[in-house]
Design a protein around this ligand. Sequence first.
Ligand code: AMP
Length: 191
Amino acid sequence: MNIVLFGAPGAGKGAQAERIASVYGMVHLSTGEMLRSAISLGSDLGVKAEEIINRGELISDDIIVKIVDARIDEDDCVKGVILDGFPRTVAQAEALDEMLAGKGLSLDHVIEIEVDEPALFARIENRASERRRTGTTRSDDSAEILRRRLAVYHENSAPLLPYYRAKGLLRSVDGMASINGVAAQIDNLLG
Ligand code: AMP
């Protein structure tokens, strides 16, 4: 089973993706995490990505597509992947379709976690203060960057909703429920 978990920044995709991966024996593939680890390793990719991420902008489609393509070929992905933060543009979605088809695979579900934006700001603020407390701050955690990330989401990523709806793959869950409530809705869909 291959799943895309979709939603605005701060919708809680990471936590849900992690849980789905462990419950269903799939691999959680977060492009944001891959980029952050490239940054901490100081690789060429990391150096290029850092400034873009800190502005709340997107890394170019061809770079991201190459990374995902290579990762999906690794052995642990045979049971299926849960994609978190990818695709983020229609061009990435088209590349994903092509990439999966080339490997004899396909997407089974696209799950949208729906949240309202004022609630997102509250969440991101909580997350930032929790990270400040635990010393694990993410450099793109400020309200100002979130505003930019949301604008980028509306402009580049929201068009994926009609894209996947037209393919009959889109399912939505209420992301304003508790973490367990969202998880239960997802289990229902995957049931
Ligand atoms: P995330 O952890 O998914 O919120 O991603 C953090 C940041 O990494 C994003 O704001 C982008 O700058 C970059 N990023 C992650 N995934 C992608 C993607 N699929 N395409 C372009 N940029 C991405």
